[in-house]
Design a protein around this ligand. Sequence first.
Ligand code: OOG
Ligand code: NI
Length: 253
Amino acid sequence: MTPQAETIRQALLDRGEQVRNDHVAFRTFNIGPMRLEKLEPFILELGYQRYEPYHFPAKKLDAYGYIPPSNDLPRIFISELRVQELSGTSQTIIQGLVDQVDEAQINDASIFWRGPLWQVPSYSDYQTLAEESEYAAWLSIIGLRANHFTIDINALSQITEVSEMNSLIESLGYSINDSGGRVKGSPEVLLEQSSTMASKQAMTFAGGEQHEVTTCYYEFAKRYLDHDGQLYQGFVAASADKIFESTNMKTTG
Ligand code: OOG
Ligand code: NI
């Protein structure tokens, strides 16, 4: 769903770099059988540990970061939408989606790459959701899957700065999400990040109508050592708040 990912990864491999994942991220609704509380046990079963919660009041999102059982595995970031804070109209649309999900479908970690567990919405419902929450609209049509992988800049040898990665991405013809700045975070907060704007693809909505929507994106992260000399393991809410916008259909430029 994200052709840019293969091109970007290959461009790094061609330069002799090793491509490692800093983290992957997932999105869900806070109601129904796929709420975070129901998904988390599958992550914990794999040996992951809860790290920290993060909150995004303006976007009506809550999230958790998870630490892997070994360094060769990526961290995980899972967010969920506080559905009850949306309008009645949007709540009804989302309730109609999650009501189709059978609890019995959710029994192992494969749930994380299954896509929508409901019949896709109409384009008009997608647009209604998008007016209030781009996240809700995205999730209604794309469903549960990794919404981005994140290249670990610390593991690269020639590229050492997020700004250099941004230049490479633009030379390949892709856009960098500039909401909140092209490089988000700083050495002071121990994490610097950037991301592409998501790929787009035509999707079939209920009734057979086809429309182009955003799919998934790529992110780049550089971590710093904390005062104890340990590599920072968390996320940075102020940066994450803007990274969510990498799947926005409408961009302010
Ligand atoms: C996650 C956005 C936040 C980060 O690294 O801070 C994030 C999303 O788009 O679902 O990935
Ligand atoms: Ni991320």
